[in-house]
Design a protein around this ligand. Structure first.
Ligand code: AMP
Length: 146
């Protein structure tokens, strides 16, 4: 069965392009719709969840900047119309799974650094997304930094 709706998770770094190119080829060969999602992680998460100040304004700025970056990124791929660009707020695994279910996606594509050793202990988003995913997951291998 060919895939019908592919969701590409993008962290908006330069590493997204190889992941998108792979996704585009797959979508073209199976006639699938393509959507992208970027997750804005709450600042409190980065600080370990215990921040003694109101971060709401900073978070709004963070969200607005992410929207601009996502639109700039998606602008390189004319097939991605506004309704195929999703921005969510929260924990990447949880939000990617939620959106994939909501949008009836049958494949999630993420980038993977193929970590090993100590880096593996720190975990990867690709690994995280794989567990409990509501559909198939493809991890596109990213080149290690030189
Ligand atoms: P990482 O394990 O954090 O290096 O990320 C590997 C891959 O996970 C990226 O190539 C993206 O596909 C996905 N990813 C990481 N962070 C995010 C994010 N904030 N929003 C959407 N996808 C993400």
């Amino acid at each position: 069965m060919p895939y019908e709706h592919i969701l590409v998770a993008v962290d908006l770094t330069e590493e997204c392009d190889p992941v998108m190119h792979r996704a585009q080829k797959l979508a073209a060969s199976s006639g699938a719709k393509l959507s992208v999602v970027h997750i804005v992680e709450p600042m409190a998460m980065a600080f370990g969840g215990d921040v003694p100040m109101d971060l709401s304004m900073l978070q709004q700025q963070q969200f607005d900047q992410a929207r601009e970056r996502l639109d700039k990124f998606a602008g390189k791929y004319p097939a991605l119309t506004a309704d195929q660009r999703h921005l969510a707020y929260g924990q990447p695994r949880q939000e990617i799974h939620r959106l994939a279910g909501e949008q009836n996606c049958d494949l999630i594509i993420v980038g993977s650094h193929g970590r090993h050793g100590l880096a593996l202990l720190l975990g990867s988003t690709a690994n995280d997304v794989l567990h409990g995913a509501p559909c198939d997951v493809l991890a596109v291998r990213l080149k290690k930094p030189e």
